[in-house]
Ligand binder design. Structure first.
Ligand code: GLU
Length: 451
């Protein structure tokens, strides 16, 4: 199982050759091609017109220099990226990541995943991703602003509400989107609200966008648990990370009656048997911007901190695991530990957080497994709702927006579930997501001709 079909192997070989050294991109493409064997067996016409080859090749890749001046007056230099992967379904859409690990292979993997995720969301958006190897850690607000302004000074010419609509990702939140939008507006002399999403409410943002990725993943897992006649109520949950996705996952799981007993950052993780105190976590992460160990110190009894070199958050026994930090954070070893401890469901809030070995282990053990491109699509889906509000110069209530998000997540769940069944692999959400996403993009591309 999980092999690339002979007919698709030459396509994979060519991707590996053309994109040498881009391990994460290879991993993402291989996983999708593994799923497509069943599609081309049933519908061989998808092998025609180099359709799959074209889907694996970004439409455009932009790499540029970002000079900026730090608070000491020193000139610094970073590299910027925007990979415009696929626009068959709508303008390129996807976040920007500011993190020292960013390189073209990482942005390409994210853009590739985004294309299928956005297709699954059912919204009219293509796939793209961008970012920089800039490290925001320890930088002042003024430095962040100058960096964002320099980034946008090159990026603006490639964007537009009908062309490419970026948003946030790791290291890019409301503050950064504000600086980026300000510079875009100044350079273009246009109040083009729909050119960026994840904006604050004060200048055209959508209610529930901040919460959407974490809430959406929780809705997805709730639907998945429903297929086994259960729900979050009374379940022990471990959420990795402590950024935007993790925080709003914890919030929604708690509102569904689940008990989140651990979360993490790159320094380590906390176990809090009484349930994570979300108000305290929000204060530490969003206001004070402190490390995880401060949570345990301030929380006192019942909570303890374990440094990342002493163990993994996945050692904590739980019923549901929701990896919400970053790619490949959950290894095969971590998966085996979770299985041994009786995990019944995994919902990926981050993009590709489980390694291929981990995914295989979960599937072989019969654990309900929701891949990120389906489970975390609520973020980008709500971005599309933000674009809709901008286009109609409207602003919806929180309840209205969340209701749309919940319906979209239910629909994505059912699509993945039913597609897996249709292709003879019931319960395999990875297969269901890859096939359903692919078919939507492929059908549009077929109609648009050779472009
Ligand atoms: N970065 C998020 C993602 O991975 C959101 C993208 C967006 O809203 O455009 O889907």
């Amino acid at each position: 199982m999980n092999q690339v079909d002979d007919k698709l192997l030459p396509i994979l070989d060519e991707v590996l050759r053309r994109n040498a050294g881009e391990a994460e991109f290879h991993q993402a493409v291989r996983e999708v091609l593994e799923s497509l064997g069943r599609v081309v067996a049933k519908h061989p016409h998808y092998l025609d017109h180099a359709l799959i080859e074209r889907i694996c090749e970004p439409e455009r890749q932009i790499i540029f220099r970002i000079p900026w001046v730090d608070d000491q007056g020193q000139v610094r230099m970073n590299r910027g990226f925007r990979v415009q992967f696929n626009s068959a379904l709508g303008p390129y859409k996807g976040g920007m990541r500011f993190h020292p690990s960013v390189n073209v292979g990482i942005i390409k993997f994210l853009g590739f995943e985004q294309t299928f995720k956005n297709a699954l969301s059912g919204m009219p958006i293509g796939g793209g991703k961008g970012g920089s190897d800039f490290d925001p850690k320890g930088r002042s607000d003024a430095e962040i602003m100058r960096f964002c302004q320099s980034f946008m000074t090159e990026m603006f010419r490639h964007l537009g509400e009908y062309t490419d609509v970026p948003a946030g990702d790791i290291g890019v939140g409301g503050r950064e989107i504000g600086f980026l939008f300000g510079q875009y507006k100044r350079l273009t002399n246009r109040y083009e609200a729909g050119v960026l999403t994840g904006k604050a409410l004060a200048y055209g943002g959508s209610r529930a966008r901040t919460e959407a990725t974490g809430y959406g993943n929780t809705y997805f897992v709730q639907s998945m648990l429903g297929t086994r006649g259960t729900d979050f109520d009374g379940k022990k949950v471990v959420v990795s990370g402590s950024g935007n996705v993790a925080i709003y996952t914890i919030e929604k799981v708690q509102s569904f009656g689940g008990k989140v007993i651990a979360c993490s950052d790159s320094s380590g993780y906390v176990v809090d048997e009484n349930g994570i105190d979300l108000a305290l976590l929000k204060e530490i992460k969003n206001v004070r911007r402190e490390r995880m160990s401060h949570y345990a110190k301030r929380r006192g009894d019942g909570a303890h901190f374990i440094a990342s070199d002493k163990g993994s958050v996945w050692d904590v026994p739980c019923d549901v695991a929701m990896p919400s930090a970053t790619q490949n954070e959950l290894s095969g070893k971590d998966a085996r530990k979770l299985i041994e401890n009786g995990v019944m469901a995994v919902g990926e809030g981050a993009n590709m957080p489980s390694t291929p070995e981990a995914v295989r282990a979960f599937q072989e053990a019969g654990v309900l497994f929701a891949p990120g491109k389906a489970a975390n699509a609520g973020g980008v889906a709500t971005s599309a709702l933000e674009m809709q509000q901008n286009a109609s110069r409207d602003s919806w209530t929180f309840a209205q927006t969340e209701a749309r998000l919940a319906a979209i997540m239910r629909d994505i769940h059912d699509t993945c579930h039913d597609t897996a069944e249709e292709y003879g692999a019931p319960g395999n959400y990875v297969l269901g997501a890859n096939i359903a996403g692919f078919v939507r993009v492929a059908e549009a591309m077929r109609m648009l001709g050779v472009i």
